[in-house]
Design a protein around this ligand. Structure first.
Ligand SMILES: [Zn+2]
Length: 454
């Protein structure tokens, strides 16, 4: 699929009726005096669109053909802009801006979290990350890359002459009267540069608890957490498992007017008004430790610690939660029981832990079956059969028995044995339940639940 854009003669392709191409399942590549060259699949009917010459065809899957043709208007337009830019003598920003605008509009429409623009040895590849998965959308010649890179730097107020060192910036774009924010990272590579544009507004952070696709029993427990006055609540899972989204959605449930809420983050990516967010910055001496050391003097009710990363941050979290504060934090661990082991590895005081720990949430994100086509592949899901993600989750409520087991430093298997006789539902069980209800596939569930990082 990756080579498709590169080999296609778009002016030839544009001479066809797109609807007919979709019906015939054919992507014309080019023609010469002898051959009509095209991409086809098992169900294609080439004679429906072309009969003038011999046919030379290359095989693609039906989904790939439909994915390509469904977006043909943008592909042709982008190709024309690349050509026009090449033809004009000086770097022409009008064409480049239009090119970038198409990518940005597309990223918003697709709910993409990131746009990746990479210069490779011969080509420039544009990919979008949608629901956690990268997909190649466009491939063009490499000549256009430097102009596009300079324009993005200009837009993000970066040094356009700098191509040897990494740069970070931001820009805002208006679409349908709404301002969208983008964070840009540019990294020099052996073939040029890799540009990643994060579409900040497309990230799930703005969602409320009810929109995150939790099962009912999880949702009820999460609601209970929002009534806590003090204690420690931990969210665990590998990177990209939706921990921050869950933490933010919990924070948003509290009354901002009567509670002092402070977050310590590295970095702050999403602003919540009326919450005191602290952006940790080691370069200026505002390190994690410095902030934690002073945090209680800020008279907080609720503290969100971006990540419990060492004994120091854990001790502060325990101390704060023991002295009448509610502390929410994320921690790297594979599931709720392993979170307990991780806390013990960090040499947590078992008395403090058993007294303060209230809940451990552990989660993964699982792809949802496309609600528009029910896994049959359609334009909405880019012919993948999946659209959006929901959370697989387990919540370990620290009841009196678990609490005393923590105090007595019981082994994992002993806690597991106790849980078997309670209504604790593991992540895998939550996943199987979602499969039964038609929300996702069993393959997806096994894939994400077995995704262990530690
Ligand atoms: Zn679909």
């Amino acid at each position: 699929m990756k080579i498709i854009n590169n080999v296609i003669d778009y002016s030839f392709l544009s001479s066809f009726d797109i609807k007919e191409l979709i019906e015939a399942l054919v992507i014309p590549i080019r023609t010469d005096s002898i051959y009509f060259v095209c991409f086809v699949c098992g169900e294609s009917n080439v004679s429906k669109v072309y009969t003038n010459s011999l046919i030379k065809s290359y095989e693609l899957s039906k989904e790939e053909i439909l994915f390509f043709l469904s977006d043909i208007k943008n592909r042709v337009k982008l190709f024309e802009l690349v050509l026009k830019s090449k033809e004009s003598e000086n770097i022409n920003h009008t064409f480049i801006e239009e090119f970038l605008d198409i990518l940005i509009k597309k990223s918003i429409d697709l709910r993409a979290s990131d746009i990746h623009i990479e210069s490779l040895e011969q080509s420039m590849v544009i990919r979008f990350r949608i629901d956690g998965t990268l997909k190649v959308f466009y491939v063009f010649g490499k000549e256009f890359f430097s102009g596009l890179s300079s324009f993005i730097k200009l837009l993000s107020k970066l040094d356009i002459t700098q191509i040897r060192l990494p740069q970070d910036g931001r820009f805002t774009k208006k679409k349908e009267k709404k301002n969208y924010e983008f964070r840009v990272s540019i990294m020099p590579t052996i073939n040029g540069e890799s540009i990643v544009i994060r579409v900040l507004d497309n990230v799930n952070i703005k969602k409320n608890i009810e929109d995150l696709g939790f099962s009912n029993h999880i949702y009820k427990n999460l609601k209970n957490i929002t009534t806590l006055k003090d204690g420690l609540v931990l969210v665990s899972g590998p990177t990209g498992s939706g921990k921050s989204t869950t933490l933010y959605s919990l924070i948003k449930e509290f009354d901002f007017e009567t509670k002092k809420i402070i977050t310590i983050e590295d970095p702050v990516e999403y602003k919540i008004s009326q919450v005191q967010q602290i952006h940790v910055n080691d370069n200026i001496g505002l390190g994690f430790k410095t902030v934690l050391k002073n945090i209680l003097r800020q008279d907080p009710d609720i503290i969100l610690i971006g990540e419990i990363r060492d004994k120091y941050s854990l001790d502060i979290a325990l101390e704060a939660s023991l002295t009448g504060h509610l502390v929410l934090a994320s921690i790297h661990a594979n599931n709720s029981i392993e979170t307990l082991s991780r806390l013990i590895d960090l040499k947590a005081d078992s008395y403090l832990l058993s007294t303060t720990l209230k809940y451990i949430i552990s989660q993964r994100l699982v792809l949802s079956i496309c609600k528009y086509c029910n896994k049959n592949a359609c334009e909405k899901c880019n012919f993948t059969g999946f659209f959006g993600r929901s959370s697989l989750c387990e919540i370990l409520e620290i009841d009196n028995i678990v609490s005393s087991m923590i105090f007595e430093k019981k082994q994992k298997y002993e806690i597991n044995k106790y849980l078997e006789n309670t209504n604790f539902m593991s992540m895998l069980a939550d996943g199987k339940d979602k499969v039964k209800r038609g929300f996702t596939t069993i393959d997806e569930v096994y894939k994400v639940v077995s995704r262990n990082e530690i």
